[in-house]
Design a binder for this molecule. Structure first.
Ligand code: HEM
Length: 191
């Protein structure tokens, strides 16, 4: 497979969010020694509270095939919640703002990029908690064998973005990381 040179926008996104990723990764409890299935369920509930409303805001900018909240629902059902429990979960009100394609791309970069790290988490949760696709961990591998092709097609979309709007996209990505971390903190699921 030919390797492609990262676009200036992708490089700016990586550089602009490197510290955000590091901080959030360090605070997420997936690898904490005492992390158990109850903690995992609480964490996934908090993920749902961010992804579900945010993906509704993104629906003008991405197709339903990239929506991940339905997979979170599937996992929460597998972990013992009812539809009613899921319907009653708190939803984040302080979401990143999506005004246009440039800001949508920044939000999408964070949500799409997380499917790459999800591959690491999928293996870790299988080992540590014994969960997989049908038992609460489908979200960690939400695109399955399409993970690589979905990421590449997202990168092609980034390539087409006008250079003049780069700063808007990077700021939206930083904002998405910051607000996600704040929300998870409010839900008391971070280290
Ligand atoms: C403990 C939790 C996490 C781990 C271990 C982790 C790990 C990783 C790894 C290994 C990569 C590089 C993958 C590759 O290049 O193939 C990556 C990329 C990325 N992850 Fe995470 N991640 C975590 C959480 C998150 C979260 C919660 C988000 C966002 C909500 C996120 C967003 C991203 C983004 C945007 C990229 C960059 C993609 C790129 O520019 O190439 N990650 N992560």
């Amino acid at each position: 497979m030919p390797t492609t040179t990262p676009s200036p926008l992708l490089l700016a996104l990586r550089e602009g969010t490197r510290d955000c990723h590091k901080t959030l990764e360090a605070r997420l409890p997936f690898f904490s020694p005492c992390f158990d299935i109850t903690d995992y369920r609480r964490l996934l509930q908090a993920y749902y509270g961010f992804h579900d409303p945010l993906e509704q805001h993104l629906s003008d900018y991405q197709g339903p095939e990239r929506h991940k909240a339905a997979t979170l629902t599937r996992d929460l059902l597998a972990l013992g919640l009812s539809e009613a429990d899921i319907g009653a979960l708190p939803l984040c009100q302080a979401l990143p703002t999506i005004h246009d394609e440039a800001s949508a791309l920044g939000v999408m970069y964070v949500l799409e990029g997380s499917t790459l790290g999800g591959q690491v988490l999928k293996r870790a949760m299988a080992e540590r908690l014994g969960i997989g696709h049908d038992s609460g961990a489908a979200f960690l591998d939400v695109y399955g064998e399409r993970t690589g092709s979905y990421w590449r097609s997202f990168l092609e979309r980034l390539d087409r973005a006008p250079a003049a709007e780069q700063a808007i996209t990077v700021q939206a990505a930083i904002d998405t990381f910051t607000r996600f971390e704040a929300w998870l903190g409010d839900c008391d699921v971070l280290n």
